[in-house]
Design a protein around this ligand. Structure first.
Ligand code: NAG
Ligand code: NAG
Ligand code: NAG
Length: 496
């Protein structure tokens, strides 16, 4: 069985932005499949009129200049030649079922489409036998697939162009099926008014046998058509933009300290960018630490405003959507914001940066780390019960913050980038001030009383939860560092 098809011309890769109304889903969305379902239906609707900048022609109809379906092994002993083959009603497809594995390294998707009526219109040429009856003719024809259920299996691969990662569909399997197929071939037998309609009647009465015999060829042809359309879009939109990621941290339970960072996530998605305006230090410089001090200071300063090219959010404040710290009291925070990190003064810097290691120890001084969040507390503090929910602030005064970054320059796909494997934070504030609003359901006596007690014993209380804060900050900084380092070749970050 052979099929032949001429379709879109190959086009080079040019990075394009998706239209703003083109639906997108985040790769790490726990409900990614539900999101994809809606997104694909939405995308089909948008493509109805075409996407000229992507060279996607309107898909209502899809026009295939020429299509040949070879003869089957059974009743269809005829080569079907079609020209100007048009497929109607794809934009009204509903996604009945979808499963996917979309990650940094995998691109797989199974979709089952439902079409109420796929309508094919074309010019045909036939000369052979169907059901042992001779059939010959040329003219217009229509083929309708009623209530078509079309499962597709797509497997993609990734490729890089100018350092940017793109996806493309490498393999697609389509299985056309439906409740009924209706054929209407005009002008059979040179327009014979008796034989033509008779033949169409026979075709329609035996549609299942006929369709099954050549279905394989239709499946392949449709597969190629869909693959083309999908690739016209996905090959041109950087993968991280097509399916942005949410990086989700789930740090391990700290062993010694009785506080625990349960959930903590930071949203970060990025696309290809220019190397930022960081100061560069040479790794062969014997006084590299003197060079790094202002360079790191400047990098923190640059990051204060965010780096839109890297999709790094401003670090004034640093936002952590949700944070849970467990100790003698369970602290759940939402919209946890850390202010004033950019005003850090670097007091000490040590490094060991070579071809195969990247270690940086940094001590900074911060006059006031201001934290604002929504909290929920339940448990005991200093043996006193505490419960409440509302807004809170915590201020760490005159804090000494040490960071120990340990990374390894690793080579992937010919490019060496440093990968931060661990980032440890140590917080050492001189004084901590708590202000929890609305404790004990707003009790006007107990609430202020509790805040007073907490502040009088702030060091002890802070020590109980310090580890949770340190892990949260460590995870945030590690993420930010890797977002940057991943994108800047090692030799550009710290030249030889
Ligand atoms: C798609 O379906 C095939 C065949 O049933 C299966 O092997 C594969 O794991 C499925 N892929 C996804 C992403 O669900
Ligand atoms: C950084 O600090 C750690 C822990 O104190 C130490 O083991 C390491 O040697 C230090 N690294 C550098 C480059 O100073
Ligand atoms: C909590 O803080 C937010 C933002 O600062 C504010 O909009 C909200 O009204 C505050 N809630 C209460 C209960 O004070």
């Amino acid at each position: 069985m052979k099929w032949f098809l001429l379709y879109f011309l190959a086009v080079g890769v040019v990075a394009l932005e998706l239209p703003p109304d083109f639906p997108k889903c985040k790769r790490s969305d726990p409900k990614l499949n539900d999101c994809m379902k809606t997104a694909i239906e939405g995308a089909l609707k948008l493509m109805e009129k075409g996407l000229p900048e992507f060279k996607v022609e309107p898909i209502q109809p899809i026009t295939v200049p020429s299509l040949t379906i070879g003869q089957g092994k059974g009743p269809v002993q005829v080569v079907q030649n079609y020209e100007n083959f048009k497929i109607y009603n794809l934009p009204s497809a509903k996604v009945a079922d979808l499963s996917s594995r979309l990650s940094d390294s995998e691109f797989k998707m199974n979709i089952t489409f439902l079409f109420k009526e796929v309508y094919l219109a074309s010019q045909y040429k036939l000369n052979g036998k169907i059901l042992l009856l001779p059939i010959v003719g040329e003219g217009d024809c229509t083929i309708k697939l009623m209530n078509a259920k079309v499962p597709m299996e797509m497997v993609g691969r990734f490729f890089e162009k100018k350092g940017v990662k793109y996806a493309e569909i490498s393999d697609i399997k389509v299985h056309l099926g439906g409740d009924k197929v209706e054929f209407d071939f005009k002008n059979l037998f040179n327009g014979d008014p008796r034989l033509g309609p008779e033949m169409n009647r026979i075709l329609n009465e035996n549609w299942k046998e006929i369709f099954d015999d050549v279905k394989y060829a239709y499946d392949e042809a449709f597969g190629a058509i869909f693959k083309n359309i999908v690739n016209l879009i996905v090959r041109k939109v950087p993968y991280d933009e097509l399916l942005p990621i949410i990086i989700l941290f789930l740090p391990k339970r700290p062993k010694k300290i009785n506080s625990n960072l349960k959930t903590f996530s930071i949203i970060a998605s990025f696309k290809k960018q220019e190397t930022p305006n960081f100061l560069k230090c040479k790794r062969s410089d014997p006084k590299i630490n003197d060079c790094l001090k202002p360079a790191v200071g400047r990098a923190i300063h640059i990051m204060a405003e965010g780096m839109p090219d890297f999709k790094i959010e401003p670090i004034q404040p640093i936002r952590v959507p949700s944070l849970k710290i467990e100790g003698s009291v369970t602290q759940s925070y939402e919209d946890f914001q850390i202010f004033n990190v950019p005003s850090a003064k670097i007091t000490h810097l040590d490094s060991s940066i070579t071809d195969d290691e990247f270690n940086l120890n940094l001590t900074v001084f911060l006059k006031d780390i201001h934290i604002a969040a929504r909290y929920k507390l339940q448990g005991q503090i200093l043996l006193l019960p505490i419960v409440g929910e509302g807004n809170c602030t915590t201020d760490l005064r005159n804090a000494k913050v040490s960071l120990a970054l340990s990374g390894v320059p690793t080579e992937k796909t010919g490019r060496k980038n440093v990968e931060i494997r661990s980032l440890k934070v140590n917080l050492d504030p001189e004084k901590v001030e708590f202000d929890f609003e609305n404790l004990f359901n707003g009790d006007t006596q107990l609430g202020p009383q509790m805040n007073r007690i907490m502040n009088e014993n702030s060091r002890e209380i802070f020590n109980d939860v310090r580890h949770g804060y340190e892990e949260a900050l460590g995870a945030v900084f590690k993420n930010i560092a890797n977002l940057i380092f991943k994108r800047i070749p090692y030799d550009e970050l710290v030249p030889l």
